[in-house]
Design a protein around this ligand. Structure first.
Ligand SMILES: [Zn+2]
Length: 311
């Protein structure tokens, strides 16, 4: 456990794939600690957390889940069982969490959806299997206490951070932003279009980055990587990055209709593993949909197929 500014503590937990780790944070409060995120529920997650919490002065009063991705919520029940603390999660995020992890038909939904966006069947099998790999390591709290943006949690204000996940929440207090995967220092958070997600995740993300600049935080604590000393500057860089990617997406379109899968090749290269192609296609689609809204592309919907051309 690392001690950071303002008495905040950081727990770094392992991930089996890149980026190789995820950070949870412990926020000090009047009567105890708030744990933010719990890592993946790997077989030794509980022992790991027990070791981290051993010697912590005071009790864990609550657990806040920033978003439903496996590396942030998977070990939630391990931490609940160790501490007895209640769990809070954003209302919209919990709805999506339940949709994706609470129902067995999600893989079928994904197959239909990726197929409609041009993913060939031979790629599909591996792409779906890769996505299912994390499923055994997800133990989340059913029916948590639900948070809305703007709610207060022990002196911290929750701030909506849609884009990487529609319902992602950050926590802000006195210029310190617990940023989850909204701002990362060295990598650009994935911003994908997924079935039953909000229709314009990249538009949501760009708007949330503008709001991050206005927050004028002095420090952001991200879910992966080092603390960010200039959150507003990093938000500007990410806006710039996506503007460049939008231009590249527009350049990859022509008069011939192309699927999201096809467009992901010029944008993300030819030799991605299926697990990475999955995110590449989703991110390509978030850019294509933003381009449609900005007048730079046209979407064509056929029977079970979606393609795009230059506008
Ligand atoms: Zn995430």
């Amino acid at each position: 456990m690392d001690e950071l500014a303002e008495g905040i503590r950081r727990v770094t937990l392992p991930l089996p794939a890149r980026p190789g780790h995820v950070h949870a944070y412990l926020l000090p409060g009047e009567d105890g600690w708030t744990v933010v995120d719990t890592g993946l529920g790997l077989p030794d997650a509980r022992e790991r957390w027990a070791a981290e919490l051993d010697g912590l002065p005071g009790r864990v009063q609550r657990i806040v889940v920033t978003h439903f991705h496996p590396d942030h919520l998977g070990a939630t029940l391990d931490v609940v069982e160790l501490t007895g603390a209640p769990v809070s999660q954003g209302r919209l995020d919990y709805e999506q969490c339940d949709l994706v992890w609470g129902h067995d038909d999600w893989a079928d939904v994904l197959v239909d959806w990726f197929r409609s966006h041009g993913v060939p069947d031979d790629v599909m099998v591996e792409l779906i299997e890769q996505g299912a790999l994390y499923r055994p390591f997800i133990r989340y709290q059913r029916n948590p206490e639900l948070l809305e943006p703007g709610d207060h949690v022990d002196g911290w204000r929750t701030v909506a951070a849609p884009g990487h996940a529609d319902g992602q929440l950050m926590l802000l207090r006195q210029g310190v932003l617990v940023a989850a995967d909204h701002l990362l220092g060295r990598i650009s958070p994935t911003v994908g279009l997924w079935p039953r997600s909000r229709p314009d995740p990249l538009g949501d993300y760009l708007g949330a980055l503008e709001e991050t600049i206005a927050l004028d935080a002095r420090l952001a604590l991200p879910g992966h990587g080092d603390p960010i000393e200039d959150p507003a500057g990093r938000a500007r860089e990410l806006i710039e990055h996506h503007r460049e990617r939008l231009a590249a997406t527009a350049a990859a379109l022509g008069e011939e209709p192309r699927s999201g899968y096809e467009v992901s090749y010029p944008l993300f290269g030819d030799d991605l593993k299926p697990s990475a192609r999955r995110f590449a296609v989703a991110e390509t689609l978030s850019h294509l949909e933003r381009l449609v809204l900005e007048g730079g592309a046209t979407r064509h919907e056929g029977v079970g197929s979606v393609t795009y051309t230059s506008a």
